[in-house]
Design a protein around this ligand. Sequence first.
Ligand SMILES: O=C([O-])CC(=O)C(=O)O
Ligand SMILES: [Mg+2]
Length: 389
Amino acid sequence: MSVRIVDVREITKPISSPIRNAYIDFTKMTTSLVAVVTDAVRDGKRVVGYGFNSNGRYGQGGLIRERFAPRLLEADPKTLLNSGGDNIDPDKAWAALMSNEKPGGHGERSVAVGTIDMAIWDAVAKIAGKPLFRLLAERHNRKADPRVFVYAAGGYYYPGKDLSALRGEMRGYLDRGYNVVKMKIGGASIAEDQERIEAVLKEIGNQAQLAVDANGRFDLETGIAYAKMLREYPLFWYEEVGDPLDFQLQAALAEFYPGPMATGENLFSHQDARNLIRYGGMRPDRDWLQFDCALSYGLCEYLRTLDVLKTHGWSPSRCIPHGGHQMSLNIAAGLGLGGNESYPDLFQPYGGFPDGVRVENGHITMPDLPGIGFEGKSDLYREMKALAE
Ligand SMILES: O=C([O-])CC(=O)C(=O)O
Ligand SMILES: [Mg+2]
């Protein structure tokens, strides 16, 4: 059976909403949806892999169409195959995508490559006739665990949102089975944020834990002032305090904040992740790493990041990726990550779970769907299919 990539399609879609974190609003946010069309046939149907670029960075149509899709389509198809010749080798496809690219400067292209990489892994697992998480577990000699921890991210600022609306939002997450919720800080004064935090803590009581996310807004002085305020509460984590590349700031914070911290969603390569681990003072016994493969060159690169972590004594279970997409759910279930983010009310239809999957005690159970499992989420698959047809 022939296995060739015959087309790579991209469309840029809105995922806008009126929400705001400490840095940006999402009124003009977009995402790239990609279809990697193959000539492989499974169950009488042509195999198409799909991907999208998470959230927080904008659509990548220009780069994908001008630079990356042509490289994949111009490569000799034989050079993209695995040793058995019966499937695509994602690392070979990745190498083709990255031919003639200089090192460094990762953000310029890591999102475009991560989006295509997601679609390639989806196709590869579909051609293998397996859920991606099972394929990953097999390849890495692990036992897959379909039960994955998920937490509810929200708590954004938006016009007219008062404390009772914030409490109501968090109550809604508890009602849907979550036991960790997250809210934004740094988009208001410290006094106002403290009031918001106390309101949420009062609402969730001992039913759940709260994480807070500053989205890289603070300088060292502000980060420390917040640390002193926040350390009085039993928070799940204090996230992305300062600029994502300011490792000295991150390291300095540990002196003022003994509780768990989290960061990494804006580090886009294994080299940047390694610098965080080398210089950021992150503590493997309590801190969390949020690298999002869709934004950072995809799963091929994420596997290198996991190798870096291992070398430095970090377990994959300290990773809870940013982004709330099914790709990271598969990596979590297949490779033993600590869980995944989820945005119950945002970024639809891209984020979330296959239809019928429920959150129970803060966990979901992955259904056995081929590939990443997008076909099981009808609103998302509708958009994907429209691109491939
Ligand atoms: O507001 C955002 O950009 C998303 C974010 O930081 C997160 O999910 O942790
Ligand atoms: Mg964040």
